[in-house]
Write a protein that binds this ligand. Structure first.
Ligand code: SF4
Length: 200
């Protein structure tokens, strides 16, 4: 009998599901109640658009469900992906909420120096302020030359073109492309301390 990739995954997930359910029952969890609850969750179907999770370089495959109006209604793992075979980590499984989220903040929370409260500010205002402060800080703290020691400890004056006054720390929802652009921008500015959470 020829078994397709989708059929194989379905059979495999059934076996794994049975093992997990047995283990969960041994912990005293109500697996029957969980199963009943799971079948109540509606499966959203629509036009299926293959895509890739944006969060890290693992590059798990996703299927983006789109309704007739072109609106995203769900994002699921793609069983045809040779990388992830239908699975997504918790972050990837929540990608839908990155795109569609009525609770998303659309303003920036700003707390002025010395202030005891936060203010809502427009994003454009915050972007301008960040750009101005980065420029000012870099101009005031740029190192064209620095005394650098070689492996024998011998010091010499080297051209370094950097600044230690700015650091960049990325968050978990920053995509691969954003991280790439961020690295290029920061290194172009001479920023040495660049870090992010994503697995790149
Ligand atoms: S964040 Fe998770 S789901 Fe997304 S590509 Fe990385 S491992 Fe895969």
């Amino acid at each position: 009998m020829k078994v397709t990739r989708r059929q194989f995954l379905k059979i495999s997930s059934g076996v794994i599901g049975t093992v997990v359910a047995t283990e969960a029952a041994s912990w005293g969890l109500d697996t029957i109640g969980m199963e009943k609850q799971a079948v109540k969750v509606p499966i959203k179907t629509g036009r299926q658009v293959p895509s890739v999770c944006p969060y890290c370089s693992v590059g798990c495959g996703t299927i983006v469900m789109v309704n007739d109006a072109g609106k995203i209604i769900d994002i699921q793992g793609n069983p045809d992906s040779p990388i992830s075979e239908g699975t997504l980590c918790p972050k990837g499984a929540a990608t839908y909420q990155l795109v569609m989220n009525d609770l998303r903040w659309t303003k920036v929370k700003y707390r002025a120096p010395g202030s005891d409260h936060w203010e809502d500010k427009p994003l454009d205002w915050a972007m301008d302020r960040i750009a101005q402060l980065v420029k000012k800080t870099r101009d005031e703290n740029f190192n064209e030359y620095e005394e650098v020691a070689d492996i024998r400890g011998k010091k010499s004056r080297q051209r370094v073109m950097n600044t230690y006054a700015i650091a960049s720390l990325g968050g978990a929802t920053i995509s691969n492309e954003w991280n790439y652009a961020q690295q290029k921008l920061m290194h172009g500015l001479g920023v040495v301390s660049v870090e992010n959470q994503a697995r790149i």
